[in-house]
Write a protein that binds this ligand. Structure first.
Ligand code: AP5
Ligand code: MG
Length: 211
């Protein structure tokens, strides 16, 4: 079973993906994480993506789709979770072409619904390890020792695009480019709208009900 998670910045896509990986053994493909890793490794893809990400703009579709195809091939038939891809209608169309090519399908397109006033709070309070693998929140999921990862002991950092002015631009990009995907997947018949409020484990149960 292959799924995708979409929704506004801070909706909990990464949090739910981590739970699905741990409890269901699925493979996680996050375009945001892939771009951040390319930036860290200073590859040409990373340098290109950084120009857009630092401002909260979307990276061009041409760059993004090729990167996802490589990742689909690398996962070699494992059940996948697409996190943050597609996030434009042209990306969703390009994904359909890839799915046909590799004889795959998306069983459930989960849309995580969270009211705007909660999103800003979730994003400004988010802290994580440098690789983004372990994510906390100052108020909703604080680490045992402030500023330190419970699991690895690494210092926690704040994402560069989690500043209020950049978040505002990310929310604008979401409204303009990503929200229309709801209609796209509704028409395809695999849209599942999930209430993304409440405890992460409650959101997880709402998702698992469909799996
Ligand atoms: P990306 O990294 O995908 O960022 P995003 O979509 O803005 O989403 P976030 O990662 O910020 O939020 P999330 O939904 O994962 O929430 P999380 O679980 O962390 O993309 C970054 C940038 O890369 C984009 O702006 C763009 O430039 C570029 N990009 C990426 N993909 C692209 C694409 N396909 N096309 C073009 N450009 C692309 O949770 C947030 C916080 O809330 C955490 O602190 C968490 O602990 C907390 N939290 C989570 N769930 C709950 C809950 N139920 N209750 C309380 N707190 C919670
Ligand atoms: Mg994320």
């Amino acid at each position: 079973m292959n799924i995708l998670l979409f929704g506004p910045p801070g909706a909990g896509k990464g949090t739910q993906s981590a739970m699905l990986v741990e409890k269901k053994g699925m493979a996680h493909i996050s375009t945001g994480d892939l771009f951040r890793s390319a930036i860290k490794n200073e590859t040409s893809l990373g340098l290109e993506a950084k120009k857009y990400m630092d401002k909260g703009d979307l990276v061009p579709d041409s760059v993004t789709v090729g990167m996802v195809e490589e990742e689909l091939v690398r996962q070699n038939g494992k059940d996948i979770i697409l996190d943050g891809f597609p996030r434009t209608v042209p990306q969703a169309e390009a994904l359909n072409v890839l799915l046909d090519k590799y004889e795959m399908k998306i069983d459930n397109a989960f849309f995580l619904e969270v009211p705007n006033e909660l999103l800003m709070k979730r994003l400004t309070g988010r802290r994580m390890t440098a690789d983004g693998k372990h994510v906390y929140h100052l108020e909703f999921n604080p680490p045992k020792t402030p500023g330190v990862c419970d699991i690895t002991g690494e210092p926690l950092i704040q994402r560069k695009d989690d500043q209020e002015d950049v978040i505002a631009n990310r929310l604008k990009a979401y409204e303009e480019s990503t929200r229309p995907l709801k209609d796209f997947y509704k028409e395809q018949g695999n849209l599942r709208v999930i209430d993304g409020t409440g405890e992460p484990k409650d959101v997880f149960e709402r998702i698992v009900d469909y799996l």
